[in-house]
Design a protein around this ligand. Structure first.
Ligand code: PEP
Ligand code: MN
Length: 356
């Protein structure tokens, strides 16, 4: 049975699991696998056989037929295979088909009932199972998924960080919130942590920087979606990358020697968290000002002045109450809201600017 920890440590390059988002055809799988085979560090070929889609009618994967194609890929390339499972039935079909690595996706990890059922169906099996983070930024739910599998006697586990669903996540598809996997890594020091920059970034242009960040933060490997012809991909086309481009992107990554956890690693982690929060603050600011502009248009059509003293007073008091419950200095918060208010008024009607 494939020991994920040994596979990860076997090469001199960062460990890589790559392959298409979904199995679409025998040729697409085979051509992609043959091209990826040449990439240093590749430890397994990934693909989705059953795809959970937000809306019915979108491509939902090739099903059992895809497993037969994968068998051929393995025969021809010798690559180890990784497939997503979302139920005990999927797990059983993958075991029958000789899949080496299973992973539980973000949409499944959110549901403890299903994780428990999958764990029970795999009891004492030493197949490798990777647990992605749940969609929502809940460290305990992710840890709980890992514990459920451990309690069922599974020891060949890894965690995959793919970012979290957040209302404000620009420029990412899923917000990294790196402090969550890094905390979890401290809780499960023996567990390899792999980063999935494809689902985190949502665009291939972001793959390099996210991968570099993951390596800098001590992640053990990368899981990246690659398609022989990304423009024609039936799912997640903007984030899939052609094998040749993937190879060149990886060659531009630098791997620093990790010397255990140092003060610098913590500093890097805190700075990363600040960068993310600042990004969210600015995105929220842009959204707030956009709504203020729309309010400006409405006020104009209602023949109202941009500055409405009662509204401003009640808004400021409510924000100061909230600030005090969050233990923030009221003077500091007041200054921020005064600036924000002035900017909203300026955008609603330049002639009122400064008339507060
Ligand atoms: C995937 O890796 O194909 C996938 C569906 O990812 P996630 O569960 O992270 O959305
Ligand atoms: Mn995908």
């Amino acid at each position: 049975m494939t020991k994920i920890q040994e596979l990860i440590q076997s090469g001199t390059h960062p460990a890589l699991i790559a392959g298409p988002c979904a199995a679409e055809s025998r040729k697409q799988l085979m051509d992609t696998a043959l091209a990826l085979k040449e990439i240093p560090g590749l430890i397994a070929f990934r693909t989705g056989i059953w795809k959970a889609r937000s809306v019915p009618g979108d491509f939902a994967g090739a099903g059992d037929q895809g497993l037969a194609w994968l068998r051929e890929v393995k025969e021809k390339t010798g690559l180890k295979l990784a497939v997503e499972i979302a139920s005990p039935e999927h797990a059983e079909r993958c075991l029958e088909a000789g899949i080496d690595i299973l992973w539980i996706g973000a949409r499944t990890v959110v549901n403890p009932f299903i994780v428990e059922e999958i764990a029970a169906s795999l009891r004492d099996c030493n197949i490798c199972v990777m647990i992605k983070n749940p969609l929502n930024p809940d460290r305990r739910l992710w840890a709980g998924g890992i514990e459920r599998l451990q309690k069922a006697g599974l020891q060949n586990l890894a965690a995959v960080h793919r970012g979290f669903d957040a209302w404000s996540s620009h420029p990412y598809r899923n917000l990294p919130l790196w402090e969550i996997p890094l905390d979890l890594k401290r809780e499960f020091p023996e567990l390899p942590f792999i980063c999935d920059p494809s689902h985190m970034g949502g665009k291939r242009e972001l793959l390099h920087d996210i991968s570099q960040k993951a390596l800098d933060l001590g992640f053990d490997g990368l899981m990246i979606e690659s398609h022989i012809d990304p423009g024609k991909a039936l799912s997640d086309a903007p984030q899939q990358i052609a094998p040749a481009e993937l190879k060149s992107m990886l060659s531009r990554l630098t791997v620093k020697k990790q010397q255990g956890e140092s003060k610098n690693t913590r500093l890097e982690e805190y700075r990363t968290a600040i960068d993310e929060i600042d990004g969210q603050l600015l995105e929220l600011l842009a959204k707030r000002l956009d709504i203020a502009t729309r309010i400006g248009d409405l006020k104009k059509s209602l023949n109202m002045a941009p500055y409405q003293p009662e509204r401003w007073e009640s808004l400021l008091n409510a924000r100061l109450d909230l600030a005090s419950s969050l233990k923030l200095d009221p003077e500091f918060v007041k200054k921020i809201f005064e600036q924000l208010h002035m900017e909203s008024i300026r955008m609603q009607g330049p002639h009122r600017f400064g008339n507060l």
